[in-house]
Design a protein around this ligand. Structure first.
Ligand SMILES: Cc1cc2nc3c(=O)[nH]c(=O)nc-3n(C[C@H](O)[C@H](O)[C@H](O)COP(=O)(O)OP(=O)(O)OC[C@H]3O[C@@H](n4cnc5c(N)ncnc54)[C@H](O)[C@@H]3O)c2cc1C
Length: 433
């Protein structure tokens, strides 16, 4: 019989002490109902022949438990300490942290061993992300290279590209960015207008990209450009690895709501990319782009349930300190957030089971992306609101998180686009156009 079990991180998930007893009961009830529902769904899916009938059990094996124990000990010994203030200081700090991780092959955990990774399983990768969030270590400096660039080169690149690009990604010697979005091509990415024209030995590229995260620090850009204007929209697109360090490429930082400049406009004027830096075949870049986007979404989901859980604990602490832990309205809202966070975690586990069984993330991953954005935005609004007027005036971590969370329903594909994916590919509703 097929069964789903989700013991990972269940223990202590809502360990909020006395304050959250009411919420705890609601969570327990909801968790139980969800487990029953998920078991039933899985059983039905197998009857329908969609899940292939194989047993699935997410209970950690002794080897996985051992992996967690070793990782925790490693993190305790190697924790880099608090991240410094200031964009450049923080970047250099995270670069040094990534190098430390690389030394013990934690930087490219899921990459095959022959490319400097550990060839970790998906379950180990899930454990890794939980432990990183739990230990509150900073993110790696070259996050887009690790999560998207490297895996894309491994999947679609030539041997020469693997030799040239992979090691400096792991060591953070060369930072990567993703040049997909343009002023008139975001959700509808395939309408991009950046043009690449064939010249001797390579391509000349001109156009504009926008929202390009980390472009100001990047050496390489995963760039989509149109190489055949006559072909159908999704066809004449090519995937380039563009050297950012050349005349003709200018990254202009954009200031965000939070005051940071995490992303940029990138102006490209007759930049050159040699033939050997095309990934896949010319005109077949869309498939490579789809791989990149699937990796991006999976990367956003991993660890996000744990991050929310940790912030809920901090929130419970703050509510107690403010003496609002007996306020029924506060308790109700807090309980509601806990329940939603638990449904998100269970949906994440369901997504993981999908990948374990089928090898690729399913469209269901869009649900976790929507939930993450909604919960994070609701939680940060609530946390700032609970402080009253002071919440808006004080520069607390919560006021920063409130502002940063606005991007969650846009980055990595907007919530509306995720809903379209769910409607068309999970619920099988007719396409709008
Ligand atoms: C913090 C952050 C970091 C980012 N980093 C990068 C990066 O590194 N590289 C990169 O290439 N991009 C990056 N982006 C861009 C991001 O991928 C786009 O912003 C996103 O895909 C939306 O595109 P858009 O901004 O052009 O909005 P549009 O596509 O113009 O959408 C505008 C509005 O219309 C809605 N909409 C559009 N089409 C539909 C539809 N068919 N059905 C229903 N509603 C629709 C959208 O949901 C949205 O509300 C980043 C964005 C953010 C916020």
């Amino acid at each position: 019989m097929t069964h789903l079990r989700f013991p990972v991180m269940v223990h202590g998930f809502f360990d909020m002490g006395d304050f959250s007893q009411g919420a705890q009961a609601a969570v327990d009830q909801c968790t139980h109902a969800l487990r029953v529902a998920l078991d039933r769904t899985a059983a039905q899916a197998v009857q329908l022949g969609r899940r292939g009938g194989s047993d699935l059990d997410l209970t950690l094996t002794p080897e996985e438990e051992q992996f967690r124990t070793e990782l925790r000990a490693w993190l305790e010994k190697n924790h880099p300490g608090p991240e410094p203030e200031g964009a450049e200081e923080s970047f250099q700090f995270r670069r040094a942290w990534q190098r430390r991780m690389q030394q013990d092959r934690y930087a490219g955990l899921t990459w095959p061993e022959e490319y400097g990774g550990r060839g970790a399983t998906l379950m180990q990768s899930a454990i890794f992300n939980e432990e990183m969030v739990r230990a509150k270590v900073p993110s790696a400096a070259n996050v887009l290279g690790l999560v998207m660039g490297g895996p894309v080169v491994i999947a679609h690149g030539t041997d020469e590209q693997k030799r040239r690009f992979l090691e400096p990604i792991l060591s953070a010697d060369e930072i990567w960015c993703q040049g997909f979005s343009e002023p008139d091509a975001g959700s509808d990415l395939a309408s991009l207008k950046t043009r690449a024209t064939k010249v001797d030995g390579g391509w000349k590229i001109s156009g504009q990209k926008v929202w390009t995260s980390f472009a100001h620090n990047a050496k390489w850009c995963m760039l989509l450009a149109r190489t055949d204007p006559e072909a159908k929209k999704h066809e004449g697109i090519t995937y380039f690895l563009m050297d950012m360090d050349q005349k003709g490429v200018e990254a202009r930082p954009l200031r965000q709501l939070t005051g940071e400049s995490e992303f940029n406009e990138v102006f490209i004027d007759d930049a050159f990319v040699p033939d050997e830096n095309v990934v896949g075949k010319p005109g077949q870049g869309w498939m490579v782009a789809i791989t990149t986007l699937a990796l991006e979404r999976a990367g956003l989901s991993l660890g996000s349930a744990v991050a929310i859980k940790i912030q809920l604990r901090e929130l419970a602490e703050m509510i107690r300190e403010l003496g609002k832990d007996r306020d029924p309205a506060v308790r109700q809202k807090f309980g509601e957030l806990c329940v939603k966070a638990e449904t998100m975690r269970l949906n994440g586990a369901r997504g993981l089971s999908q990948v374990i069984q089928h090898g690729v993330p399913g469209p269901e991953g869009s649900l976790v992306k929507i939930q993450w954005a909604e919960i994070n935005q609701a939680m940060t609004e609530f946390a700032v609101g609970v402080r009253g007027v002071e919440g808006l005036l004080t520069d607390t971590p919560w006021s920063y998180r409130l502002l940063r969370a606005r991007a969650n329903s846009i980055e990595g594909g907007t919530s509306e686009i995720q809903k379209n994916i769910l409607a068309e590919r999970v619920l099988m509703l007719p396409r709008l156009r």
